[in-house]
Design a protein around this ligand. Sequence first.
Ligand code: ATP
Length: 361
Amino acid sequence: MRNDFGSLRLDGVTRRFGGPHGSATALDGLSLEVRRGEFIALLGPSGCGKSTALNCIAGLLPLSQGQIFLDEQRVDQLPPERRGFGMVFQNYALFPHMTVARNVGFGLLMRKVPRAELDRRVARALALVQLSDHARKLPGQLSGGQQQRVAIARAIVIEPPLVLMDEPLSNLDAKLRLEMRTEIRRIHGELGRTTIYVTHDQDEALSLADRIVVMKDGRVQQVGTPATVYAQPESLAVARFMGYRNELPLEATVDGATLRLAGPGIAMARPLAGTVATGPVVAAIRPDDLRFADAATAGDARLEATVEGVEYYGKESLFMLRTDGGVSLFARTVGRARAGDRVVVAAPPDRVLVFPREAAA
Ligand SMILES: Nc1ncnc2c1ncn2[C@@H]1O[C@H](COP(=O)(O)OP(=O)(O)OP(=O)(O)O)[C@@H](O)[C@H]1O
């Protein structure tokens, strides 16, 4: 078992599952290099192959094709215990009849670590997850968040070079989820090890990861820093997943240094920047990038619409709009408007993303 590594390399990792109607490819050619110390999030909708990828890395599922390397050593044919990665699952998988301390120490006991060292390491792991006072309790006496911390302590106590987490926060309520997010990031930082984290929650991926791997239908759609994936999705599929909920079917034309976007009842313009699609396009805009025109600045892309409904969220409201051409839109912003009002909404030009329409389906 390796104590640490410089990089983990996945090379065309593929996993197919057989079935009565032929085989289905759950993970299709995943190639990725993870550097020591990185926090990587595998992000994508249910069924996109995230858990399959994690289980292939852990050694719980054999690959149908491809290879996995730790530095120069090929590891994809090693059993899970010889890879020695720490795993944290969604359902904690704690032993209910064992105390917290015994749950955490179990992996060390299996590895025949001497008693004194075992006690010392368990105490250190419990301190790291801030559960020292609960060492003698049974899992059933702990809250969901505390149980999840036990699961994390159990994974890190073996001092794995790589920690794999599969939706570890999905069973917790919203408040605990936020607290545990901070905890997981802190623990990752303190240990200075490498983490691969599976989630379908964009906010979780954005707030935790150094790099995000966006997946769909078993394939990688984009790999990038949270800022890049959020602000510059490379495809409409990634944009949709990152919350670009408004999609306007428009025609794009270039007019000098301006990109004009037009459609039924819509005419928008933004400065031309980089290479953009022309002809039939989809303009994608996040609801929170739209604001009422009185708060807009010169150069914003504007469009007119009728308010169809309003949901109040305190500081902001979600306005449901419809353009004259019949396109539904959402704007999440401050300001007042009522159903039936005519409004002009605007977005900063760099927040209007343009994708070719034929690739949009
Ligand atoms: N043991 C299996 N046998 C057959 N098909 C499977 C098996 N495990 C997963 N699949 C299929 O492979 C695809 C990817 O599944 P996977 O669990 O990796 O997705 P996921 O992104 O983790 O989804 P979720 O977030 O819902 O767990 C799905 O279509 C799933 O139905």
